[in-house]
Design a protein around this ligand. Sequence first.
Ligand SMILES: Cc1cc2nc3c(=O)[nH]c(=O)nc-3n(C[C@H](O)[C@H](O)[C@H](O)COP(=O)(O)O)c2cc1C
Length: 164
Amino acid sequence: MATLIIYYSYSGKTELIAKTLAVNLKTDMVKIRDLKKRSGVKNKLLASIHAFMENKTEIKPAKVDLTDYDTIIFGTPTWAGNPTPAILTIIDRCNLTGKDVILFATMDNNYGDTNIERLEEKAKMRGGRVIESFAISTKNKSPERLIRDIEAIIEMKDLKMYTR
Ligand SMILES: Cc1cc2nc3c(=O)[nH]c(=O)nc-3n(C[C@H](O)[C@H](O)[C@H](O)COP(=O)(O)O)c2cc1C
C-alpha cells in the first residue's frame, strides 16, 4: 500500500507539516508550485480573491501520476476560508476513483473547517473516498511546536494505520 502527499505551501508551514507526515508515515510527496506571483500586498489580496472565487491557476507539475498509489494526502493553507487555487487546480486534474483520500488544511485562526469541507466535496467529485481529515492552526507556532502538534495528530488519528 503506497501513499502520496500532494501539497501546496506559500510560506513553508504546510510544507513542514507535509514533510513531517512523509517521514512519520513513510510516504512519497509532491510539491505543487503556483506559477502566479503571490508575493506583495496587492498579490496577497488578489490571492484571497482568487481563492474565494475558486479560480484555477497555472501549476507545476501540471499533473501528477497516481498509478502507484492507493492513498493520496492533499494539504493546503486556508486562503479566505477556501483551499488555495493551486491545490484546487491539481485536485481537479486527478482521477481519484478507487483511491483513499486524507485531507489537511493549515490556517491562522479561522475557516480551516470550511476549507476541509470544500476539499472534501472536490475530492469526492473526482471519485475519491475521504477517510480522514484535519485542520491545524500554525499561528505563532515555532517549527518544533508544529512538528510536535502534527506528531500528536498522527497518534490521535492513528494515521499510520492507513498508510502501513
Ligand atoms: C492570501 C492569504 C489568505 C489567508 N486567509 C486565511 C484565512 O481565511 N483564515 C486563516 O485562518 N488563515 C488565513 N491565512 C493564513 C494561512 O492559511 C496560514 O498562515 C497557513 O498556515 C500558511 O501556510 P503556508 O506557510 O504553507 O503558506 C491566509 C494567508 C494568506 C497568504
